[in-house]
Design a protein around this ligand. Structure first.
Ligand SMILES: NC(=O)c1ccc[n+]([C@@H]2O[C@H](COP(=O)([O-])OP(=O)(O)OC[C@H]3O[C@@H](n4cnc5c(N)ncnc54)[C@H](O)[C@@H]3O)[C@@H](O)[C@H]2O)c1
Length: 379
């Protein structure tokens, strides 16, 4: 594995490296960890990498790695830079024949995501998007319960993703905040692009439904910001179910409160990212069930996503590692010449990337519009 971004002091790069390492089937062999060559080298040294393979730019890295013998060169690249680089780095990697795992949002806009799909198809390489929250065992179980009809027809969805880390002007000083609030580096949205896109992806993944229409109200609650830090989106799904997404980065005291409730016409489920090893299954007539990671007969996908015996808590890093685990299985199948599509390996791929970018664009547009309902278009 090679990496672009994720130098010393960065947030998600280290999470990717830990997630890849948990599975014990990936070695980080090279990287460009900063736009500055000296800093890239410094970060590479602290990761005990061969100095010759700590590069100064992603173009140089792909050129040099592609010239190495096949058994030495990296097989795939993890893209963990600010958003504006995801698209050009992914395109360059694919052109050099490298598989890509990119962080979200996949690109700066929907048009780029559609172009990226074309580039993936032309290259024949694989592409994964690290929607890590889909990697939790009980998210797999929730999806399974809905798929087998345990809830009946889904009629109502409530998803909340609240954080408080951007609540004040002073919070803008951090490395992570500065580019997220800059449209040149983040795209058309901060809050919706950064966390709303996770919430939308999680809802569609678990429910199996697609957002069909939406009505949005997004704002910059801290005065002077060029991008949103808060939003509410009312959605209608393709089966007629109704829902609401509440997302915020200015909700003081909130850590990473991603919470999902899905109501069917028979039963409902509730799951919260900060207590990920519990899934609640409720009805009006039967006792409430508390489903726990690793306990009882869970679906195969939940079992495959579980690493430790019941009662040994698993969390975010393991969920992230499950994205890597499945992506590596997908790469191995591809190398054996077998069918290796993202859906069969339960890996978020370019279709999720396109829906994510469509979600951001439609939400921003709907919020600016005076019309109440906006058709969810993907082109
Ligand atoms: N999947 C998730 O749960 C999740 C969580 C957090 C962040 N993210 C995403 O991950 C990405 C990075 O976010 P972050 O919070 O880690 O940002 P960050 O600012 O902490 O880190 C970005 C890193 O990219 C490096 N970089 C910048 N330009 C570069 C270049 N030209 N070449 C090489 N490296 C370069 C920076 O030096 C830095 O090390 C964002 O797209 C964000 O949306 C995803």
């Amino acid at each position: 594995m090679g990496m672009v971004g994720g130098g010393n002091g960065a947030f998600i790069g280290a999470v990717h490296r830990i997630a890849a390492a948990i599975n014990q089937d990936v070695d980080l062999v090279c990287g460009v960890f900063s736009a500055d060559k000296g800093r890239s080298l410094e970060s590479g040294r602290s990761l005990y990498l061969d100095e010759d393979r700590c590069y100064g730019s992603y173009e140089e890295m792909f050129d040099c790695e592609a010239r190495l013998p096949a058994d030495q060169r990296m097989e795939f690249v993890a893209i963990v830079t600010p958003n504006h680089l995801h698209f050009p780095v992914a395109i360059a990697a694919l052109r050099h024949g490298f598989h890509v795992i990119s962080d979200k949002p996949a690109t700066m806009n929907l048009q780029q995501a559609i172009e990226l799909k074309g580039a993936i198809e032309d290259s024949g390489c694989l592409y994964a998007l690290s929607h890590a929250y889909t990697g939790y065992p009980l998210i797999k179980q929730a999806r399974y319960l809905i798929e087998k009809g345990e809830l009946g027809n889904v009629i109502k969805v409530v998803v909340e993703y609240s954080q408080g880390w951007l609540a004040s002007k002073e919070d803008e000083q951090s490395k992570q905040a500065s580019w997220r609030l800059d449209p040149e580096m983040a795209g058309s949205s901060c809050c919706i692009g950064d966390i709303g896109v996770h919430a939308a992806n999680l809802v569609e993944y678990v429910s199996g439904l697609e957002i069909a229409e939406l009505c949005a109200d997004i704002s910059s609650m801290v005065v002077g910001r060029r991008l949103d830090d808060d939003g509410t989106v009312i959605v209608r799904f393709n089966n007629g179910a109704k829902g609401v997404l509440i997302v915020s980065q200015i909700a003081i005291g909130e850590e990473n409160n991603l919470r999902l409730r899905i109501y069917g016409d028979r039963k409902s489920i509730e799951w919260s990212q900060q207590e990920p090893n519990t899934l609640w299954l409720r009805s009006n007539t039967e006792p409430t069930q508390q489903i726990r990671t690793g306990v009882g007969e869970l679906c195969l996908a939940a079992q495959m996503a579980t690493r430790t015996p019941a009662g040994h808590p698993e969390g975010y890093l393991e969920a992230f590692a499950n994205i890597y685990k499945n992506f590596v299985l997908q790469i191995r199948a591809y190398q054996r010449g077998e069918k290796a599509d993202s859906k069969s390996f339960d890996v978020p791929g370019i279709d999720e990337a396109i829906r994510g970018m469509a979600f951001i664009e439609n939400t921003v547009e709907a919020s600016q519009s005076n019309m109440k309902w906006k058709t969810f278009s993907v082109n």
